[in-house]
Design a protein around this ligand. Sequence first.
Ligand code: FES
Ligand SMILES: [Fe+2]
Length: 366
Amino acid sequence: MSPAPRFFVDPDIRRAQTLPAEFYRDAEVYRGLSERVLARSWQFVADVDRLRSPGQCLPVSLLPGCLDEPLVLTRDAQDALHCLSNVCTHRANVVVPGEGSFPQLRCRYHGRRFALDGHMLSMPEFEDALDFPRREDDLPRLALAHLGKLLFTSLDPAVDFDALMAPVRERAGFLLTDELVFDSTTSRDYLVPAHWVLYCENYLEGFHIPYVHASLASVLDYGAYRTELFSRVSLQVGIARDAEETFALPADSPDRAQAIAAYYFFVFPNLMLNFYPSGLSINVVVPLGPERTRVRFLSYTRDPVRFKSGAAAGLDRVEREDEQVVGEVQRGMRSRLYRRGRYSPSREAAVHHFHRLLVDSLDGAL
Ligand code: FES
Ligand SMILES: [Fe+2]
């Protein structure tokens, strides 16, 4: 019999209690979240613009500071994209240290060569080795999935990528076009002095907008703000107060009669896809420690001028306001007097949904 689950969040939000403070304090839970939740999830790695021509290779680290898995993206001579382990199958040197264009990969430690699809091609001084090469001598190949021009991979996917992203494609697929271009001037990393789960929770409710974000509250209609839940995705729909910065929705959109200012998708466990009429802001939440989180803000714009208006305006200021409050919550989680709270059934459905997914994934139920 498997041990009783350590944490429980009632499926009925009306009576459920939030995660207890010990969830955020416990080092074992923190490690469990990395291994059972993050290592089994789909992670954004790059966009296809970084790998336009055959031979291009782009080393990436999967969640640096957390999973730290060295990977390399390649485009081979047949124009196929691959996501490979960037760790040499001989004695574990990192094969590709920097971005570049190569006909094949060559490890600089002892000269092992690999094709751009990971197949081992040659190895000096191995003539006398028995049963060599074997399949394990190729670089391990990971799944590579596309959402528009965004590329995702997973070390050990708990769910199918297309099923995971179906709600995003259905509602915002029309926005995932090739016109979206990475904008380095509005992209940056933030360091947040809090547990990564607290950062995500803050994102998952608009409840705090009138209290914490005065500027955002002036462009969004708080009364009409709503949340929709899917299997591992939640969607918060921001309705504009005035009709200026809203989506031109396609005829088959279920929202077509509404003045939508933003679609805020949370993809379990640590990805936010924020669609605005002017572009997309991706947030990747990277745990650095039980009280330290890096949040990568990556902007993709179709219209750099408009990106700074409507619900997309002042993203930096909104982020600072969130950081401030999440940092205070982290302090509160260390209190000897706080144990756990309750959820607002009308405003915290996505937080409840997230907590349920965390607990179930941690227990191995998902
Ligand atoms: S570690 Fe790569 S060839 Fe030895
Ligand atoms: Fe916020």
